[in-house]
Design a protein around this ligand. Structure first.
Ligand code: HC1
Ligand code: SF4
Length: 573
């Protein structure tokens, strides 16, 4: 252990600690910008590139970056000397010297950490005006915008993409002033191995990486003559409240539905309905593969970021994911056929909008192999944050709205579908149905605690009436890679695996209110979903009466030819 003093207070910390760690132990705040600690300190960004955290070593009059300097015995540190504070302000002034002054119209306005730190340090003028970065904005994808004029080279995006997601799509390219963050040869993002998971933009402190904003497309649709219907993903309901100052995990389903009606949507439906439908197909597929010697393990396929990761990095294994489309795409397919017919609306006169916690869903909706007709089954995707913006723009008093119910028939759902939004939830929902389909017995205890929690990889053997079923669950693409390598080498013996690209599952999606890798916050969102599940009378997807009706009236049997035509897909290398 190492003893030192900070601002005259003694502190004792383990020998590999930094000055920043020691200051945290004393509850002394040191501003940081490039520094990042994620998921209970499993990952760090410790490049010490911005130097905003400089502190003064007393006696030696030396300025040191607190995040990158290890403690040493007898060290005396001061965090609040005029020299340290002046140095921090100068550093921020220099960062602003080549930063565009467009805060008012920047997508990160009020969420920008550079803006906040400049305000906290009392920066009130652009003191130095230097040359600007002139690399064109990369608008090549449906999900992510890359504007290098706003990059401060903190490298948080690289840490996220390389260390957490193991995709390695982003790195620093060029030298000196010309350095930017991008793919090799500054290729546009749509020509790289990027999965569009968006986790890089979730940790970007400025507006250098942001999501593609589709809000104006939604307003245009609402103000047109078309019938505009909306669906909301499971994870949105436990995070949207945060945009209005509510506690993480607050369940705001009723207020969300009311707000969507006030915004002008013609019908407000639930992706949860389609999650129940997915389970009917996916559980049937699992049973089919087990009983007919099909390829195992079956991998869940509802996460577009993970599917793209598989297509790029494990293209020899495209036959293992379930062929089921994701729930929001199943919803689109059913909306533009069954529902359109029921409503007496031509599919081309209907606009389907998805509210998702995810930025990869924007790209997924545009994938040609996921739509039946010439138009996309899902027309527009916006994130939880974009919905928050629309509600603010319309001056709706969200917190005080009276709760309202979803419309029917595509608004009815069970507890099984709600838990899709957290890691482990999809496979738990599938097991609830697979058990009863396989055994014709009632599953009394529907909660599979072994599959819950925030460990990166969870493994369990579930006994289905004497038949052991080996399950694995992973979240975060780095963990997916570990599981896929075990399958490729023949080391693993699983029947089914759930994979989600974002740590925490969809509750941690890049379209959610920024969570800064805070595991406690993610757990609160997960608990909100589990609470919602417990509150439901129906907790198994196959018990959803509207799903039964859909099969009776339209699809026939689960896994039928019609179901295949509308609800299943294929993957491309
Ligand atoms: Fe998800 Fe899904 S759970 S992928 O995480 O299968 O985005 O919430 O909508 O489609 O239902 C996301 C969430 C979401 C789909 C469902
Ligand atoms: Fe990497 Fe995901 Fe960002 Fe793409 S979206 S660059 S895969 S972190």
């Amino acid at each position: 252990m190492i003893n030192l003093t900070i601002n005259g207070k003694d502190v004792c910390v383990p020998k590999d600690s930094t000055i920043l760690d020691a200051a945290k132990k004393l509850n002394i705040k040191i501003p940081t910008l490039c520094h990042m600690s994620l998921y209970d300190m499993q990952f760090f960004n410790q490049h010490a590139s911005c130097r905003v955290c400089v502190v003064e070593e007393v006696g030696r009059k030396k300025l040191l970056p607190a995040c990158g300097t290890p403690v040493s015995e007898g060290m005396k540190i001061a965090t609040d000397t005029p020299r340290a504070i002046r140095a921090r302000r100068t550093i921020v002034e220099l960062l602003l010297s080549d930063h565009p002054n467009d805060c008012l119209i920047c997508p990160k306005n009020t969420d920008c950490e550079l803006q906040q730190i400049a305000a906290d340090l009392g920066v009130r003028e652009i003191k130095y005006q230097g040359e600007m970065v002139t690399v064109p904005v990369d608008n090549s994808t449906y999900s992510i915008v890359r504007d290098m004029s706003k990059c401060i080279l903190c490298k948080r995006c690289e840490t996220m993409c390389s260390n957490v997601q193991t995709v390695h799509a982003l790195t620093d390219i060029g030298r000196g002033f010309d350095t930017i963050m991008g793919a090799a040869f500054n290729a546009p993002m749509n020509e790289t191995t990027c999965t569009f998971c968006g986790q890089c933009l979730a940790v970007c402190p400025t507006g250098a990486l942001t999501e593609v904003n589709n809000v104006s497309k939604v307003w245009d649709a609402i103000n047109s003559n078309k019938v505009v219907i909306v669906q909301t993903a499971p994870a949105v309901r436990v995070a949207l409240g945060e945009e209005f100052g509510m506690e993480p995990g607050s369940l705001v389903t009723g207020q969300m539905v009311a707000a969507l009606r006030r915004l002008g949507f013609d019908k407000v439906f639930d992706t949860d309905f389609a999650a129940d439908l997915t389970i009917m197909e996916e559980a049937s597929e699992l049973i089919h593969r087990i009983q007919h010697g099909g390829k195992l393990p079956l991998l869940t396929s509802c996460c577009p970021g993970w599917i793209k990761f598989l297509e790029h990095q494990f293209s020899d294994m495209l036959d293992i994911p379930s062929t089921c489309k994701s729930p929001h795409e199943m919803f689109g397919a059913i909306a533009k056929t069954y529902l359109a017919e029921k409503m007496g609306v031509k599919p081309e006169d209907m606009v389907v909008v998805s509210i998702m916690p995810c930025v990869a869903k924007k790209y997924e909706a545009a994938r040609p192999e996921l739509s039946e007709g010439p138009d996309h089954d899902v027309d527009i995707v916006i994130t939880t944050r974009e919905l928050g913006l629309m509600i603010k723009e319309a001056c709706i008093d969200f917190v005080n709205l009276d709760e309202e119910e979803f419309d029917n028939p595509l608004g009815e759902s069970t507890g099984a579908s709600v838990i899709f939004g957290t890691t482990g939830g999809v496979i738990e929902a599938a097991l609830r149905t697979a058990y009863e389909m396989l055994t014709n017995k009632t599953l009394e205890f529907v909660e599979f605690q072994q599959l819950r929690g925030m460990q990166g990889i969870k493994e369990a053997t579930i006994d289905i009436d004497g038949m052991p079923i080996n399950i694995a669950v992973s979240h975060g693409l780095g963990n997916a890679r570990k599981l896929l390598e075990k399958i490729r080498s023949g080391e693993a013996n699983y029947h089914a695996i759930e994979i989600m690209a974002c740590p925490g599952g969809c509750i941690g999606g890049a379209g959610q209110p920024f969570h800064h890798g805070d595991m406690t916050l993610l757990e609160k969102r997960a608990n909100g979903l589990y609470k919602d599940d417990r509150s439901k009378t129906l907790r198994k997807s196959h018990k959803n009466p509207m799903i039964k009706k859909l099969y009776d009236e339209f699809l026939g049997e689960p896994y039928s030819e019609k179901a295949h035509e509308l609800l299943h897909t294929e993957y491309v290398a």
